[in-house]
Design a protein around this ligand. Structure first.
Ligand code: GLP
Length: 242
C-alpha cells in the first residue's frame, strides 16, 4: 500500500485528482469506479476544472459508482445518481450512457445486482476505483459484518451510517434503511484502488485500517490484501499514526 499524507483536505483533493487525471491520460478509455460522500467533492471540482481547461478528456471514459440508496429515484436530490450528476457528470464531456449507478428503484433487486456485475465485467473491469471510508470502516456500503460480501448486493445500513449520512437529509428518519452496493469482491477486482480519507473524526478508523487485524468488522482492512492501493490521507485523519 502506498500512503500519501497531505497537509489538509485541499492538498488531498489535488493529489487524488491528479492521480485520476493521470489514469485518464494513460488510458483514455478507462473504467473508473466512483464514490459519493463529502470527501470526493473537492476531487470532482478539480476534475471538472481540468476538463474545462482541456487537460482531461472524459469522452471515452466509462464510470461505475459504488452504491445507491434503495427506494430513491434518479431525480431525487438525495440519490447518489443525482449527486454524481450534480457534482461531476453534468459538468464534464462524458457520455451519460457510459455512467452507471445501481438502480435503487429496481423491483427485482437480485436481477439488478447481477446486471450491475455484468456491466462492470463487459466494460472490461474497473481500472481505478476511488473509495471514501465510513467512520466504521465501511467501503461503498459494505458495513461491518461477519464476512466480506462478494458481489453487488443489498445491505441494511447501520445506525452509525444513518447517523453520519443524515446531514444530507432533513432528518435521520428520511435516510433510506437499505442500499445497493458493489461487494468487497467487486471492489477488490479493481486493478488500482485510490482511497481518500479526511478529518480527525476518522483517525481512529484509519489506525485500525492500517495497523489492526484484517477483518470484515472493519471492511476497509481488506484493502491491505490488494496489490495496488494508494491511500491518500490528510494530516488530521493520519494523526493517530506514528
Ligand atoms: C457513504 C458512502 C461511502 C462513503 C462514505 C463516507 O456512506 N456510501 O461510499 O465513502 O459515505 O463519506 P464521507 O466522505 O462523506 O465521509
Amino acid at each position: 500500500m502506498r500512503i500519501i499524507k497531505t497537509a489538509d483536505y485541499d492538498e488531498l483533493s489535488r493529489v487524488a485528482s491528479n492521480i485520476i487525471a493521470a489514469q485518464i491520460t494513460v488510458k483514455p478509455d478507462s473504467v473508473l469506479g466512483l464514490a459519493t460522500g463529502s470527501t470526493p467533492i473537492g476531487i470532482y471540482d478539480r476534475l471538472i476544472k481540468k476538463c474545462e481547461e482541456g487537460d482531461v478528456d472524459f469522452s471515452d471514459i466509462t464510470t461505475v459508482n459504488l452504491d445507491e440508496y434503495c427506494s430513491l429515484a434518479a431525480d431525487d436530490e438525495h440519490s447518489y445518481r443525482y449527486f454524481m450528476n450534480e457534482h461531476l457528470f453534468n459538468h464534464i464531456n462524458i457520455n451519460p450512457a457510459n455512467t452507471h449507478v445501481p438502480n435503487g428503484m429496481a423491483g427485482d433487486v437480485a436481477l439488478e445486482c447481477a446486471e450491475y456485475e455484468r456491466i462492470i465485467k463487459e466494460a472490461g473491469g474497473i481500472d481505478l476505483q476511488l473509495l471514501g471510508m465510513g467512520h466504521n470502516g465501511h467501503i461503498g456500503f459494505n458495513e461491518p459484518a461477519d464476512e466480506f460480501a462478494d458481489v453487488t448486493h443489498c445491505v441494511d445500513l447501520t445506525e452509525r451510517t444513518i447517523e453520519a449520512n443524515k446531514r444530507f437529509f432533513d432528518s435521520a428518519d428520511d435516510v433510506p434503511r437499505r442500499a445497493l452496493t458493489m461487494g468487497i469482491g467487486t471492489i477488490m477486482t479493481a486493478k488500482k484502488i485510490l482511497m481518500v480519507v479526511s478529518g480527525r473524526d476518522k483517525a481512529e478508523t484509519v489506525k485500525r485500517v492500517l495497523t489492526g487485524p484484517v477483518t470484515p468488522v472493519v471492511p476497509a482492512t481488506i484493502l491491505r490484501f490488494h496489490a495496488d492501493v494508494t491511500f491518500v490521507c490528510d494530516a488530521a485523519a493520519y494523526s493517530l499514526m506514528k
